[in-house]
Design a protein. Sequence first.
Length: 185
Amino acid sequence: MSNLSPRPDLSPEELDHLTPLGREQADAVGRALAPLEVDELLSSPAQRAVETTEIVGAALGFEGRVEKGVRPLELGRARDGSPLSWQTRRAAWEAGRDPRPPAGESLVDLGERVRDVVQVARGVHTGGIVVLVAHSEVIGAFIGLVQEAPPPERLDVHVANGSLSVVDADASGGLTVRFLDHRPD
């Protein structure tokens, strides 16, 4: 799914690369994070996230790594075996449902998957800063879980491209949103 408007007539593979604006946004995020002592930089395997991680990592002075736990939502398959679309999944969420289709996952599943990544990272980097680079539905599902939003509303947690959201993880595993959707200059 592309966030470009109007959507260019390109294949999904061609769309999965940063635009010049995306590179500028990644650079701004890297500059905003550079003064902090970031311990780890984890990226979704999606190409745009990997490219973003490379730019942010350059500002931090170390390479990030791909973490499959922050990959995009698995949309799943319909009963006839055909792939589900974002439009089909969104219709279910707008109707107040959060289904787990065959070969797919719910927003609850997605939020829990990211929470598990955060908990593992918290155990390795106690008190440290771990940065996740992922698509908005991944961040939204995770933030929605932390805020205990009803599952269908978790997709509505809006985070802009190139924005920073901070979740604090305490020693007992509790999670708290410190801030959401900050756009660095």
